[in-house]
Design a protein around this ligand. Sequence first.
Ligand code: ADP
Ligand code: MG
Length: 263
Amino acid sequence: MSSLQPETDCTDTPSATPASETPLIQLRDVSKVYDLGEVKVEALRPITLTIDRGEYVALIGPSGSGKSTLMNTLGCLDRPTSGSYLLDGEEIVDMSNDQRARIRNLQIGFVFQNFNLLNRTSALENVELPLLYAKHITARQRHQCATELLEKIGLGDRLDHHTSQLSGGQQQRVAIARALVNEPSILMADEPTGNLDTRTSTEVIDLFRQLNQEHGITVILVTHDQDVARNAKRTIVLRDGLVIEDTADHEKAIEALHSHLPG
Ligand code: ADP
Ligand code: MG
């Protein structure tokens, strides 16, 4: 297995714990209720699931089914209303905002539909940005780490291009490099191809597959795009805040997506 880890040491933290018996993600009876005063929205009804290291999971479901809520919960951005969430064996639910932020920085890289890159800023600077928070890294190391990563994902000839000078697919690859520069164990993406045409989506889909297969990164993404979902090894189908299917068989997942529940 080749490594995405640059020769330069890019983090000021010990590398993630070596693979252990503990599942990476364990949700038990996790629910999320948005309390809007008059109405309470049950965005997630009690969900129990496990995701192991090295998995590639697609979350699919109709709009409003709770995909983003589940993703934000898994990504430690949001706290569930009830239940238990063990990430690498650590209980997230009881943590303070600061503690959750620390875990996020160590473990998780995020990719968004709108890329969320800084404008008028080079690809290289965008990727260097997360390393500014790593105290023991010099500017030179930051530069080196970001350069190596961009080279590895095929953008070595675009280092100094500004965001606006890159195609959508290239911008999303820069965003993926930025998500990876802190060497997280999990890459999470919410509709990563939502703003891309079919051809550029393919670049991004290929990159996710490569990161998962060749580099062992756990990938969890939300998608409407069947080509993206088909690429994942496991598909979880949500409806009305419930998991209605959880399968390695893509066709079965699509069937569940289009099925109508009795009642
Ligand atoms: P999806 O990503 O599948 O479209 P979401 O997770 O965004 O679904 O939303 C699930 C449900 O929770 C929806 O009914 C949505 O309206 C509601 N919801 C999401 N975020 C909030 C919020 N911040 N406040 C109130 N309701 C919300
Ligand atoms: Mg959503």
